[in-house]
Design a protein around this ligand. Structure first.
Ligand SMILES: [Zn+2]
Length: 422
């Protein structure tokens, strides 16, 4: 079916940090291409621009009650301060609550957790002038690296501001010491870089309809991304090899997406670049995180319930325990669903404490060759059925409840006027 050694080799060789838009990510793209060359499949690199910047200064100083400097990173592409920095009163913005929103005005605020579009929007509206976020775990302070975060375009559009990230132990200190006044200094030079999708195709013998297969191959800072998502990347390689020997009825497009971790940028770039062929794509099959030692199998479909039931029945029929549900999986399947292409993501999700992602411990040692093989075989079985179906049976519609979920995922606002009229 496919060469296990080639799959294992790629998995091992991809074991390095591959942040979107860097030369390391490019190196991983070339590696995938070299494996495709071994099985005589031509591939292309499709480049797209991503924002980046050279950070010159990132500084967080507590001015009162006691002067201290706290280690921090500046958000990539956040607003610059002056050379002297931005000084303001400090405030702990616990949540987007009316009380917190009223108090945040004109202050540099510590925010809980990951700052998504929804919270950031409120935060801007409230008139906050600077952002401090944190990562880590206070129970295991030394197990976490100080994260390098990014002012994504979606956030900057709402209003850019100086932003830094610190470790949770320091966030705790800031609050415990009753911090009153702080200064942040962020100085950087923004520019653009190139990220790439690796694309290849197996033509079907009928060749009217196409199935897109996606997996991201980038990782985040500090993470070798063995599980997230070198595993999905090698799964796609195995599938290419299989179908290169067994020509399917329908066309298969394989897309290893770049910069997924920076906001699904590769898959967004793909659907934008290939508008003309989107009509032919009847289904997107995405693989993001499989083969972990501890875990459980899931298939999340942004599609009609008949696909959800089909995967459920297939698992039961062939003895593969997989929880099939309808939903929006935060991965490269979503931009496809967003343009009307039914999509399913396959994963083996680790239980709490059974293997972290976006972390320096996302390593090969937490993966199982046996489970990876089983996962690939099931995804191959499902893909074969779809790729060889007399007609691709998945209705090419996104049901209304999933359209609503996608809108929620992207934090799109409902038309307020429409709601008022009802
Ligand atoms: Zn992932």
């Amino acid at each position: 079916m496919y060469n296990q050694k080639r799959v294992n080799d790629l998995l091992k060789q991809m074991s390095f940090v591959r942040f979107g838009g860097t030369k390391e990510e490019f190196k991983a793209a070339k590696l995938i291409q070299s494996k495709l060359k071994e099985i005589k499949i031509p591939s292309v690199l499709e480049s797209f621009s991503v924002q980046t910047s050279t950070i010159k200064t990132a500084k967080l100083e507590v001015l009162a009650p006691k002067k201290i400097t706290i280690p921090c990173t500046a958000y990539l592409c956040c607003a610059n301060t002056t050379q002297k920095g931005l000084e303001a009163d400090f405030y702990y913005f616990e949540q987007a609550h009316d009380v917190n929103l009223k108090e945040a005005k004109g202050k540099i605020c510590l925010v809980n957790g990951y700052v998504g579009r929804k919270v950031y929007k409120e935060f801007i509206k409230a008139g906050a002038v600077g952002l401090i976020s944190f990562n880590g775990n206070i129970d295991f302070p030394d197990e976490y690296d100080l994260d390098q975060r990014e002012m994504r375009k979606g956030l900057a559009q709402l209003g850019n501001m100086p932003a830094v990230n610190i470790l949770v132990k320091d966030a705790l200190k800031l609050i415990d010491n009753d911090t009153k006044r702080v200064r942040i200094t962020t100085l950087q030079q923004p520019s653009t870089a190139q990220s790439h999708n690796v694309v290849c195709e197996i033509k079907g013998f009928e060749g009217n309809d196409t199935i897109a297969l996606t997996a991201h191959y980038d990782s985040v800072h500090f993470s070798k991304g063995a599980y997230d998502n070198a595993t999905g990347s090698v799964c796609l390689l195995a599938l290419v090899e299989h179908f290169s020997k067994h020509q399917p009825r329908h066309n298969l497009k394989f897309i290893w997406c770049g910069s997924e971790e920076r906001g699904l940028l590769g898959s967004v770039a793909y659907v934008e670049k290939h508008k003309k062929i989107l009509e032919q794509i009847k289904l997107c099959i995405n693989v993001d995180m499989i083969g972990s030692i501890l875990g459980k199998r899931i298939a999340e479909s942004t599609a009609d319930m008949s696909l959800v039931n089909y995967i459920d029945y297939l698992g039961k029929e062939i003895g593969f325990p997989i929880n099939s549900s309808q939903g929006v999986y935060s991965s490269d399947s979503t931009p496809f669903a967003d343009v009307g292409i039914p999509a399913v993501s396959f994963a083996r999700i680790t239980p709490h404490g059974g293997g972290d992602i976006h972390h320096r411990y996302d390593v090969l040692e937490h993966l199982s060759e046996r489970f990876l093989k089983e996962d690939i075989e099931f995804i191959l079985e499902f893909t074969s059925r779809m790729a060889n179906a007399y007609v691709i049976p998945v209705p090419r519609v996104i049901p209304q409840n999933m359209i609503d979920e996608i809108d929620k995922y992207y934090c799109r606002e409902k038309d307020a006027k429409k709601i008022k009229l009802l």
